[in-house]
Design a protein around this ligand. Sequence first.
Ligand SMILES: Cc1cc2nc3c(=O)[nH]c(=O)nc-3n(C[C@H](O)[C@H](O)[C@H](O)COP(=O)(O)O)c2cc1C
Length: 140
Amino acid sequence: MKIEVRCYSRGGGTAKIANAIADEAGCLVNMMDDKLDGAVDLMFLGSGVYAGKMGRPVYEFIEKLSAEYTGKIILFATATSIESALKTCQTVAALLREKGFNVDEESFQCPGKFLLANRSRPDQGDIGHAASFAKKMMQK
Ligand SMILES: Cc1cc2nc3c(=O)[nH]c(=O)nc-3n(C[C@H](O)[C@H](O)[C@H](O)COP(=O)(O)O)c2cc1C
């Protein structure tokens, strides 16, 4: 099974989660502008949340992505507010489904630091949760 992890992270928080998922999956993390390399069975796709959206490169990446060569997509996000992270994942999932992609109902959210909020997040506990989530999704 070919697994890919794609991440956009301005501040490095979401990248920590992406790395935990990639370690569990035994692959490297690709950035949004890394080239597409053939068909993928499972794609973990994540971003920080900026003004209620994933980063612009995520939407640009989605425009280039073909449903024909992409198996299941699993979304993840970090944000100051976990509700904002969930809502953003749900909005991106709806956008992807409209375009014909298979998106898992489950996604992963984690608090991320912003100014004085959540200063130590994602922490080791969050990284453990991300790894467990990845393991569960790969066994699904
Ligand atoms: C410009 C900007 C806008 C943000 N907007 C939101 C937001 O709308 N909702 C939220 O919960 N967090 C927001 N945050 C906090 C980020 O989602 C949080 O810091 C996230 O972990 C960033 O991920 P990164 O470190 O991978 O860039 C914002 C942060 C920045 C810098």
